[in-house]
Structures are given as C-alpha cells and as structure tokens.
Design a protein around this ligand. Sequence first.
Ligand code: GDP
Ligand code: MN
Length: 380
Amino acid sequence: MKIHEYQAKELFAAYDIPVKKQILCHTADEAVDAYSRLNVPLVVLKAQVLTGGRGKAGGIKLADSPEKVKANAEAILGIKIKDIPVDRILVTEAADIKKEYYMSIVVDRNTKSALLMLSSDGGIDIEEVAHSTPERIYKFQIDPLLGTPDFFTRKVAFSLFTDIKLINQLSHIIKSLYKLMLETDASLAEINPLVLTPDDTLVAVDAKMTFDDNALYRQPQIATLFEPTVEEKKEKEAKAKGFSYVHLGGEIGCMVNGAGLAMATMDLIKRYRGKPANFLDIGGSSNSEKVVHAMKLLLQDSDVKVVLINIFGGITRCDDVANGLLKAFEQIDTDIPVVVRLTGTNEELGRALLKDSKLYVANTMSEATRMAVNLALKTY
Ligand code: GDP
Ligand code: MN
C-alpha cells in the first residue's frame, strides 16, 4: 500500500525527521490562503498523486507571490500525472537547495534484512544513476539483530559527508527512518531528494512510503490512509466479476482461461519480446458475457494495442467458446486487433466458426503470440 507525500511527511515529523511546514489544499484559493498562513516568501506547490516523477510531469512548481501561487495551483490541479488526475496539492515552505542526496530503506528479501541506500546524486534522475552508474548508490545491509547503533550509522554516513555536524544529522535521520519503518511495517521508505541547505542542515524535501499489505491488520493507523490507486480499483472491480486481474503496464492485453495458462501466455509474450499489459484469468468457462466484461476491462487500459485471447477448451467445447466470442464481439466496438487461439475439444470446429470474423485466428500458442507481438509493433 502506498501513501501520499504529505502523509509520509506527517509520519516523518512524528519521528523527528526534518521536514518543512506544509498545508494540504484542494483548490487554488485554499493554496493562496495556505501561502499567507505559512508566511514565508517562497513556497513549493506539489501535486499529491500516488506515483513518482511529478517534477518532470509539471506537478512541482515554486511560487513567491499570491498571484503565482494561484496560477501555479490552477495549472497543477488541471493536469494528469501518468493518467492520474491531480485533486490535491501540498503547499510547503521551499527549501533552499545546496545539494540533493538520495536515501532509502527497503526490505531486501535476499539478505532477509533492511537495505539502506545512500547516494550523492539525489534528485529527479536517480533512476538514471541506478541504471548507468549503479556504483554511485551505496548499499548497506542493516543487521536485524543490531538495528542501527551509532557506530553503524556514523560509519555509513561518512559515505556522503565528512563534516561531523552532517554525519550526526544523517546518522539521526537513518535511525529515525529505520525506527519508523519497523514500527509501521513499511516495505519502503525513500527520501529523494534529501536536501542540504546553504546553512548546512539536512531536510527531507520528498517522502515516499510503501507498507506491507499483509501487516495492515495490525497497523490500524496506517490502514486508515488506504486509497486504492486507479489500478487497484480496476483489480477490485475485476475480482467482483469473478476474474483475477493484475495490471502490468505493457501493450498486449491478455485474456486467458486458467491461471497456469495465463502465466505461460505472459512468458511466451516476453519470449517473443512483447510486453504483456496484464495477467487476466477469466476462469473455467468462457461464456460471451464474461468475454464482454473482460474485453471492456482490457480496453480501459490506454496502453493496450493488441488483445490476445488464449483459451483452452476442456469441459467447455471450443465451438461454444467461438460462438461466445462472436456474440461478444457483436457488442464490442473496437479497432484494436484481437488474436484468438483456441485449443482442445472441437478446436477445428471452433476455429472454422471464427474464420470469417475480424478476429485473427491462430492454431498454436506460439503462432498466436508472435502474431500479437507483431501486431503490437505494426509489422504484421
Ligand atoms: P518528484 O519529482 O515526484 O520526485 O518530486 P520531488 O518532491 O522530489 O521534487 C522534484 C524536484 O523539484 C526536486 O528534485 C527539486 O529539484 C525540486 N524541488 C522540490 N521541492 C523543492 C524545494 O523546496 N525547493 C527547491 N528549490 N526545489 C524543490
Ligand atoms: Mn522525489
């Protein structure tokens, strides 16, 4: 479960991790009011959405007058960041930035411990740093039995600083963040950027936290912060219709009967260098109503360029499935190419029924997958 920056910063403040004063707003007028209440010359307006990369998407703007606060707040409230409309902005005192650092703690399954990461290259391009110069991100395993004693936090703080004042500040932030993680069952806590100001103090300018869903039962305070993301809402809707759906972000929408076949389908798509948009198991039988619901679900995803329907007819006969598909596609109006692979009982009959439809019919799973990948690349 993810939470918003403003919520994470409230937790930070409660654990004595330095953050700037902040006020959450829903309208531009509220932002102007917040500007006067904060009573500082320069503020930052920050879109509150459950995704990163807000800076690059125009979701972070500075303002130094009520007029600019209003204009920038209106601009931010009008945009979508990665398809998520912005309905809230955080108004916060701007930090004066001398240098941006990166810091995070994640649960590391390999070492069965928390992993602390620090870098002098913080800011909005940390993904690029991780990709091209991974050696510039220092990693330290936190021993679960020892936790974060002084000798450890000071030692690791020297990877970023030499000045003892900064060593002590960072050391305190590491201890506090680790304590916060443990006490709230977080799986990730990230400060990017951790900012060094010209008067040599450290302040968390951004805050990101993710919590272990399986621990929410014992974290009632954290659980109240739950807000489903757009994807989580879709997954819930799908569940209510009897599907098992997981959004993956690629471009080939998959509709499969059976979880094992769905996994195999995704593997094969990857093998042919395509990107599955989702995992979708529509369950045992595949009547036309189910296919219509599933298609609607897939077509809601604007990244989907091709749909691959992979059905194994065991108890359900393939000719029944084919008739179901034909009936379903009478109701679905889409230009997106649909590839169908039917196998099992009465498969020839099933395929023959689909021959004159606009569906692309394949005989084997690899043929269907290659067709789908090529259609996505528009080379078919
Ligand atoms: P993200 O893009 O979603 O990660 O949002 P961040 O909160 O990390 O902000 C992105 C960038 O905006 C930071 O790396 C800073 O360069 C800039 N920024 C954010 N807050 C401040 C601030 O208080 N003062 C200044 N000068 N720049 C800021
Ligand atoms: Mn950030």
